[in-house]
Design a binder for this molecule. Structure first.
Ligand SMILES: Cc1cc2nc3c(=O)[nH]c(=O)nc-3n(C[C@H](O)[C@H](O)[C@H](O)COP(=O)(O)OP(=O)(O)OC[C@H]3O[C@@H](n4cnc5c(N)ncnc54)[C@H](O)[C@@H]3O)c2cc1C
Length: 381
């Protein structure tokens, strides 16, 4: 006999942990199923930090960020733990770089505080960074980072406090969608519920194919590196902003980073990596070539870390959609099934809002937040 819940969530990463929390806040009997141990390193949500910002190249994300910051602050209040660290943030790159110009335009239209800085002004304010003459910079004071693993485990802790059942090391092997409910099978039994939320990260494509839905989702192998310069002080969170270098016209990808905190080291990484058809194909061993490819950028723009040793490198997964917008929507044939997927390397900051959106979609068939960019129909027509 399958155990009965009101709602089942598949995947306890950033999105699933948040969905389980908001479902439990709506007094649902919730089951959260995770195939690996909680906070494992094989998906997308593990680790010290993820950038949070208003500064986006798309007004819809600026608006979504306005919904998101207050939710994180009320969550950390409930947890009694700091999740969001405000450091300020700079976006910089060559004048005319499309993503930078779009970010500046969106900030100018947002009504939010921001400053445009010439290279000399940026150098005075942020001497860690060197901007060449034809570069420009945007400063936004509210940017910072979310403590990633802490946020995931925090959502789970509050969901459990509301009675949610969390089963890790329990892979879902089959999903059966019925007209008014769902049944999911695992190695240690099957479970049924009135609604389902699928937040399976890089595994979503293969899992959803079982339900007749084929989404264009590609897992990318992404490497992040933590640098350990001898003089770390200028690169500590209290002295250094989060940053995004819009240098896609000069390097294989944009490059971004987060200052050191809690002994992490100074984070630097390319925004992206090679695509695979399934996470199981991804080599988890970081490579030295990745850091070597970043050294010229460091030499030109962050000289204080250019020759620093690497404290640690890690591999993490982006789940990419063709337009790099998320999927936050109901299943085209089953309105009681909500799907959160394809966060394309920029979803963590919104995860608490996405969890709330998926809960509203699963229970109310619609969300109060703007989901116009996140519809499945853009792929399925
Ligand atoms: C290197 C890197 C840097 C990033 N930087 C930022 C940043 O600065 N700012 C930002 O906003 N975002 C950033 N992101 C993106 C962000 O981390 C992701 O968008 C987010 O973590 C995605 O969460 P998720 O819950 O969809 O995926 P995941 O965390 O991968 O969760 C999916 C879960 O589903 C489980 N699962 C899958 N199949 C099954 C099954 N059959 N049964 C049970 N469980 C299953 C998996 O094991 C996994 O735990 C970054 C991502 C990476 C990789």
């Amino acid at each position: 006999m399958s155990q009965v819940f009101d709602a089942i969530v598949i995947g306890a990463g950033a999105m699933g942990s948040a969905a389980a929390y908001y479902l439990s806040e709506r007094l649902q009997r919730v089951l959260l199923l995770e195939q690996f141990e909680l906070d494992h390193r094989l998906g997308s949500s593990y680790g010290y930090s993820r950038i949070i910002r208003y500064a986006y190249d798309h007004p819809e994300y600026v608006e979504l960020a306005k919904d998101t910051f207050p939710l994180w602050y009320s969550l950390q209040e409930k947890l009694g733990e700091q999740l969001v660290v405000q450091t300020g943030g700079i976006d910089f790159g060559p004048a005319g770089e499309a993503s930078l110009e779009a970010t500046i335009a969106a900030m100018q239209a947002s009504g939010l505080p921001h400053e445009l800085l010439r290279p000399d002004e940026a150098a005075r304010r942020f001497p860690q960074f060197r901007l060449v003459d034809r570069f420009k910079a945007l400063y936004q004071p509210d940017s910072g980072f979310v403590k990633a693993s802490k946020a995931v485990l925090g959502h789970i802790k509050l969901a459990q406090a509301n009675g949610a059942v969390v089963k890790d090391a329990t892979p879902v092997t089959a999903i059966e969608l019925q007209s008014d409910g769902v049944e999911v099978s695992t190695a240690d039994g099957s479970y049924s519920a009135g609604s389902l939320i699928v937040t399976a990260g890089g595994w979503a494509k293969s899992l959803l194919e079982q339900t007749g839905l084929d989404l264009p989702l590609a897992p990318l192998r992404c490497q992040l590196n933590f640098m350990a310069p001898t003089n770390m002080s200028p690169f500590e969170a209290e002295n250094c902003p989060v940053w995004i270098a819009h240098v896609g016209s000069l390097f294989p990808e944009a490059i971004y980073g987060i200052p050191s905190h809690d002994g992490s080291g100074f984070k630097i990484a390319f925004h992206g990596g090679p695509a695979f058809s399934h996470p199981s194909e991804i080599d988890r061993e970081p490579d030295a070539e990745n850091v070597a490819a970043l050294r010229p950028f460091m030499r030109d723009h962050i000289p204080g870390i250019a020759d620093a040793p690497v404290r640690e490198s890690r591999i993490c997964i982006y789940t990419q959609t063709p337009d790099e917008h998320f999927v936050v929507d109901k299943h085209p044939e089953h309105a009681h099934v909500a799907i959160g997927a394809g966060f394309s390397g920029h979803g963590f900051k919104f995860s608490t809002t996405v969890g709330k959106m998926l809960t509203e979609i699963a229970l109310d068939r619609a969300t109060a937040h703007n989901d116009s960019l996140f519809k499945i129909a853009r792929f399925t027509g």
